[in-house]
Design a protein around this ligand. Structure first.
Ligand SMILES: O=P(O)(O)OC[C@H]1O[C@H](OP(=O)(O)OP(=O)(O)O)[C@H](O)[C@@H]1O
Ligand SMILES: Nc1nc2[nH]cnc2c(=O)[nH]1
Length: 179
């Protein structure tokens, strides 16, 4: 097993590229079935979801659009509890089906903020897709429509997700050792 060190933290391989591909395919199929009569607008949440968004859209065979929103709440491996809006929603969402695309939902603080922003628009439907969910941590009432992989309360990185800015380029997911 190839360990990885970033600063003083040790990470070990956790979820293979193949498992990630399977999860992305399944999510894509589920979304395509639900959206067969519409053109969804995927709304990726930067930075973490860029790689997931890319693979999701490449796998999505029907007409669709993409845009991004940028929020941040994490410093190192801890949620600060405060979510900052760095890039807002610029599109006209009137009558659109918007699918929020998250790499991971942990406390749900980020999601709550995004959904609050979307509710102020005239979007027809707001749906949520996440590659990872920590069900034991998530404590909001917002329904998550599409879930890739559920994980315990551990800190992961790779496939878009970082530790202190590093590790986003890894094509598989690692977990913080002994977390
Ligand atoms: O459910 P929560 O506890 O809010 O955590 C989930 C959020 O944390 C990460 O983003 P982060 O704030 O680290 O910004 P980044 O995507 O730029 O890394 C991740 O991409 C989610 O958006
Ligand atoms: N990189 C990373 N960011 C997160 N944001 C919320 N949970 C996590 C996590 O486990 N890893």
């Amino acid at each position: 097993m190839t360990m990885l060190q970033i600063h003083n933290k040790i990470f070990e391989p956790y979820i293979s590229e193949q498992k990630l591909n399977e999860a992305v395919k399944k999510l894509t199929n589920d979304i395509a079935v639900d959206c067969k009569n519409e053109i969804p607008l995927f709304l990726g949440v930067l930075n973490g979801s860029f790689m997931f968004c890319s693979d999701l859209l490449k796998a999505y065979q029907n007409p669709c659009e993409i845009s991004f929103i940028k929020l941040a709440s994490y410093e190192k491996t801890q949620s600060t509890g405060q979510v900052k809006e760095l890039i807002g929603i610029n599109e006209d969402l009137t009558n659109r089906t918007v699918i929020v695309v998250e790499d991971i939902i942990d406390t749900g603080n980020t999601l709550e903020k995004i959904v609050a922003l979307l509710k102020k628009t005239s979007a027809k439907k707001i749906k949520i897709a996440t590659l990872f969910l920590k069900p034991t941590v998530y404590n909001k009432d917002i329904k998550i429509d599409y879930i890739g992989i559920e994980i315990p309360n551990k800190f992961i990185l790779g496939y878009g997700m970082d530790y202190d800015g590093l590790g986003r380029n890894l094509s598989e997911v690692y977990v913080l050792k002994d977390s």
